[in-house]
Design a protein around this ligand. Structure first.
Ligand code: ATP
Length: 367
């Protein structure tokens, strides 16, 4: 339904290397919920603004339903938008705020009010229609903003950090609600956020951006389990993926990752092309894919507990190499039942086939 083809955006004064958006390609299906996620300045908002028609791309094509819309005015694009600051009109009632986009389209007052009422029912704010925005809680204001964006039955809903002003608890409720409404209405939705948990929880697919380029565009579980490169792998996940510098070597017919602190034998089903031997890699493994094991386990590594943090749901254990050869600290997650204290010597092992190898000679590509 939405196609972005080779989109480039240069702001005045920003030269080639400083493109805000740099050759972006994206396809979004009808009814899909897509998040644009990435660090500050990666081009998320710029992309959303171009979809809204509030900014023009320097080059490239934006298509809605196969039709070029580069030069279509925002008001003619059939989109609804919700911004971070809901920007409700303070002097208007909730009813008039929701009806505003309809009145702008010259829809008679009575009909606009009726449609505002219908939309307000979907969002469960129909009892608030006579109030002014100042008489509402943050969550209620957020819903009014959603109702206003949805009142004209847009084909596309654009959300720019719509939950960043809500407290943590309310955020979860509103997040579920936005998803439910979106599913019921089937409106194609794009959300910009820097909150990875939010993006992964709410979206069908997530586009990870960096430096104005898409690094990976995939469903949340795929991004998490099969990151295409080091950037995606280290950007996603909290606590973050452990990354240890190493080298790939062939030893006695086995393929091994050799690091300063340990050697890890690659399992037979993960054998790599011979051409990769000798390469510098980052060995990556997520904290929940490391277990504390017995002193007799296969491929165990002896470590010393540096710090134990209680997370409520479990413990975050930071271990270091007791011999001091490996200068990287390793984080792992255990259940609350694990009796473990700083100073303990422990053995750890990596869960079967959960590791990643990032080629440091090829922009951190996942091998
Ligand atoms: P954030 O999460 O901080 O909002 P973002 O991913 O939304 O960041 P953009 O706002 O799209 O990023 O900005 C992308 C790049 O373009 C940044 O380097 C930013 O400094 C630059 N930029 C944004 N707006 C302008 C502007 N009006 N003029 C010049 N440069 C701009």
């Amino acid at each position: 339904m939405i196609t972005l083809r080779n989109i480039v955006k240069e702001y005045d004064g920003k030269q080639d290397s400083g493109r805000a958006v740099d050759g972006l390609n994206l396809e979004i299906n009808k009814g899909e919920f897509v998040a644009l996620l990435g660090p500050s300045g990666c081009g998320k908002t710029t992309t959303l603004m171009m979809l809204a028609g509030l900014l023009k791309p320097t080059s490239g094509e934006i298509l809605f339903n196969g039709k070029l819309v580069n030069h279509v005015e925002p008001k003619d694009r059939n989109i609804g938008m919700v911004f971070q600051s809901y920007a409700l009109y303070p002097h208007l009632s909730v009813r008039d705020n929701i009806a505003f986009p309809l009145r702008e389209r010259k829809i008679p007052k009575q009909e606009a009010y009726e449609r505002a009422k219908e939309t307000s029912k979907i969002l469960q704010i129909d009892h608030l229609l006579d109030r002014k925005p100042s008489q509402l809680s943050g969550g209620q204001q957020q819903r009014v903003a959603m109702a206003r964006a949805l009142s004209k039955n847009p084909e596309i809903l654009l959300l720019d950090e719509p939950m960043s002003n809500l407290d943590a608890r309310l955020k979860l409720d509103v997040r579920d609600e936005i998803r439910k409404i979106q599913r019921n209405l089937g409106v194609t939705t794009i959300i910009v956020t820097h909150d990875q948990e939010e993006a992964l929880a709410i979206s069908d697919r997530v586009a990870i951006l960096n430096g104005g380029q898409i690094q990976q565009y995939a469903p949340p579980h795929e991004l998490f389990n099969h990151p295409v490169n080091l950037f995606v792998a280290s950007f996603l996940g909290n606590p973050p993926m452990n990354l240890v510098q190493g080298e790939l070597r062939e030893m006695n017919g086995n393929q091994v990752v050799v690091t300063e602190g340990f050697e890890y034998l690659l399992p037979a089903d993960r054998r790599l092309d011979k051409a990769h031997m000798g390469k510098s890699v980052k060995f990556g493994i997520r904290p929940h894919d490391i277990a504390i094991c017995s002193p007799t386990d296969h491929q165990r590594i002896k470590m010393k507990v540096d710090l134990v943090e209680h997370l409520g749901s479990g413990k975050l254990v930071k271990v270091i190499d007791p011999l001091g050869k490996l200068d990287t600290m390793i984080r792992l997650l255990t259940g609350n039942e694990a009796e473990i204290e700083s100073g303990d010597e422990v053995y750890i092992k990596f869960k079967e086939n959960k590791f990643h190898l990032f080629d440091m000679n090829d922009n951190g590509r996942n091998l």
